[in-house]
Design a protein around this ligand. Structure first.
Ligand code: PGA
Length: 259
């Protein structure tokens, strides 16, 4: 069975106190049944990674992710953090290539490919984000765009390296807009991504890669998205900032066991 994952991307929100409170509230609200087949990830801002990982050290179903890392091991890169630094404060994963990093910080697929290599070298799981702009969706070009993002960032990896990659399909027009891709729209692209991975790495490898949906995923639409066969979970932005909403989205994953 593919790993089911619900990951919260807090972006640049919270302070230390409310970050710790959110971690504690999420861990306390989930029952063993809720997380029997679902892995929960929380990605707080970098200054809170260590506190979050300390607070959750006794909780075996929630792990911590960073929202970015630099591609180099170390060096004169003021303001940056390496993958080794992320790992050293207790994070298990790092989100890479988020559309906000692409849009506001000029990250390209080539750069993100280097970051993925750096993360994997430190045994972090790389949560690689891809997704088309509204113009690509409207022109019908979205598969070509997403396909190029997958190819350029992931096709230099070995099948073994790919085992530690999680893909998040996040159509940019759905992020923070309240507009969600329909289950059919999301499933189409997820299946397409998996077919690309199958062509390159083989069907059995592709079948093991978790592909998350992101973009205005909320308690009221998570179930219908998670019911889709190629959607293995969600990368949640706004709704991950409130414990009740995030927990409801984690619980929505149980739809997969009801079939
Ligand atoms: P959203 O963000 O859920 O607020 O749309 C998702 C993301 O950017 O990862």
């Amino acid at each position: 069975m593919r790993k089911r994952i619900v990951a919260g991307n807090w972006k640049m929100h919270k302070d230390l106190t409310s970050a710790i409170e959110l971690c504690e509230a999420v861990a306390a609200a989930l029952s063993p049944e809720d997380v029997e087949n679902t892995h929960v990830v929380m990605a707080p801002p970098a200054p809170f990674l260590m506190a979050a990982s300390d607070v959750l050290s006794d909780c075996d179903f929630v792990t911590i992710a960073a929202q970015n890392c630099h591609q180099a091991d170390s060096g004169a890169f003021t303001g940056e953090m390496s993958a080794a630094m992320v790992a050293s404060v207790g994070a298990d994963a790092v989100i890479l290539g988020h559309s906000e990093r692409r849009q506001y910080f000029g990250e390209t697929d080539a750069l993100i490919a280097q970051k993925i290599k750096a993360a994997l070298a430190e045994e972090l799981v790389a949560i690689y984000c891809c997704g088309e702009l509204l113009a690509d969706r409207k022109s019908g070009n979205y598969k070509a765009v997403v396909g190029a993002q997958i190819e350029q960032a992931l096709f230099d990896l070995t099948a073994q390296e790919l085992e530690n990659v999680v893909i998040a399909y996040e159509p940019v027009w759905a992020i923070g807009t309240g507009e969600t891709a329909s289950p059919a729209q999301a499933e189409e692209v997820h299946a397409f991504i998996r077919s690309l991975l199958a062509q390159k790495f083989g069907a059995s490898v592709a079948d093991q890669v978790s592909i998350l949906y992101g973009g205005s995923c909320k308690p009221d639409n998570a179930r219908e998205l998670f019911a889709c066969s190629n959607i293995d979970g969600g990368l949640i932005g706004g709704a991950s900032l409130k414990a009740a909403d995030f927990v409801a989205i984690v619980k929505a994953m149980r739809v997969k066991d009801e079939a």
